[in-house]
Design a protein around this ligand. Structure first.
Ligand SMILES: NC(=O)c1ccc[n+]([C@@H]2O[C@H](COP(=O)([O-])OP(=O)(O)OC[C@H]3O[C@@H](n4cnc5c(N)ncnc54)[C@H](O)[C@@H]3O)[C@@H](O)[C@H]2O)c1
Length: 353
């Protein structure tokens, strides 16, 4: 370990607390303190022995702080990030970095102008379910993959805090869409996105979307479905992956799931299934001697690698894992999702992304 990187967290709510607990287990970081505009949250930090700054200015003036982690509601990210970068601080911003691509460009430009690192906490790139799917795709475990479904389902509606207001940048596209779109775009970075069609849901909230479905078409015959639902009392699997020789399912965040692959393509005879009103061979389940079932691979990961990479990026030893091109690409896809849903139209990207 070369040195300790002095950091502060702005916004000490749910995610601010999460960042503090991760940094606490990293000898290469030093949390100098937090700032939250709510006195009760500053007190909550002090109760845990964490220093609480009285203002954002006090954080910006502290010469021991190199990096500021922003974990405030989405509509406040831009202003705090710009002030931090103007003060010469490096910035890790919570997702979504901004509410639209114009805001994001201002932030990216400010990073370049002040020669500081500006990156975003796309932590779900370290989720094991994602890493397993990525490996299955990259290694052709199931043969050539032609369809991927990525879903998160809950049944509590949209949370009742700032997330259900437009003013604060609420809605599930900005909240969860930003993760799921980022994952798919990174995994499929080897092929162009051709088009998408999206619909949003408003079951529990009228002001912002409480869920969505996106169908994406990539070059070389690969389709994806990304879905977030908050009124799903029965959850569908987190991932469903189809390759030419098999199918994989990852049920949940506990990595329950399996891969089923063909073992004998030649044995095509199927026992027909009779339903009350008909007969089918095409849709009959496979007999056990023609398929084999495998357990999912396990891929351990450590989210602290995200912060380690940011420190190395500050020291000029590595590129930031989450870069500006990727952030802008996800933001443009989110804007296309809103556009498609609003006008009920397919968005054709041609060569834009
Ligand atoms: N990456 C992830 O996995 C993940 C998970 C949850 C939330 N988030 C993101 O983290 C951010 C915060 O979400 P949360 O769930 O922690 O919200 P939260 O409401 O629990 O916490 C936000 C905190 O920011 C404070 N705050 C608001 N405006 C402020 C300002 N101008 N200056 C200082 N403090 C201010 C609030 O008082 C509150 O304590 C959001 O951008 C959200 O999208 C990311």
């Amino acid at each position: 370990m070369d040195r300790k990187c002095g950091m502060a967290i702005v916004g000490y709510g749910g995610m601010g607390g999460w960042h503090a607990s991760k940094l606490d287990s990293m000898p290469e970081t030093e949390l100098k303190g937090i700032y939250d505009n709510l006195p009760s949250r500053r007190q909550a930090a002090m109760d845990l022995g964490i220093y609480a700054f009285e203002s954002l200015n006090a954080v910006l003036e502290d010469k021991g702080i190199e990096l500021i982690i922003i974990a405030t509601p989405n509509d406040t990210h831009k202003e705090i990030a710009i002030r931090a970068m103007e003060a010469g601080k490096h910035v890790v911003c919570e997702k979504p970095a901004a509410l639209n691509s114009a805001e994001l460009k201002e932030m990216i430009d400010m990073a370049a102008k002040n020669n500081v690192i500006f990156t975003v906490h796309q932590n779900r790139r370290w989720d094991e379910d994602y890493l397993i799917t990525k490996q299955i795709y990259e290694t052709n475990t199931l043969g050539k993959v032609f369809h991927i479904e990525s879903r998160v389902h809950g049944s509590r509606g949209i949370p009742g805090d700032w997330r259900n207001t437009k003013e604060h940048g609420g809605g599930m596209v900005l909240d969860w869409g930003v993760h799921l779109i980022d994952q798919i775009l990174r995994m499929l970075a080897d092929r162009r996105l051709l088009s998408l069609y999206a619909s949003l849901s408003y079951v529990t909230n009228e002001e912002v979307d409480d869920g969505f479905k996106i169908l994406l078409r990539f070059e070389k015959d690969l389709t994806c479905q990304i879905e977030v639902g908050t009124s799903n009392f029965i959850s569908l699997p987190r991932w469903y992956i189809q390759g030419e020789n098999g199918t994989a399912v990852i049920e949940d965040w506990n990595m329950n799931g399996k891969m089923v692959m063909v073992s004998d393509w030649e044995k095509r005879d199927a026992v027909p299934v009779a339903t009350a009103a008909g007969l089918t061979k095409t849709m009959a389940p496979r007999t056990s001697e023609t398929i084999r079932e495998y357990s999912l691979p396990r891929i351990p990961s450590d989210i602290r690698d995200f912060y380690r990479n940011v420190i190395k990026a500050i020291d000029g030893k590595e590129e930031a894992y989450v870069n500006h091109y990727e952030l802008m690409q996800s933001m443009r896809v989110m804007e296309a999702v809103m556009y498609s849903a609003h006008l009920n139209k397919v968005v054709d990207f041609a060569d834009h992304l």
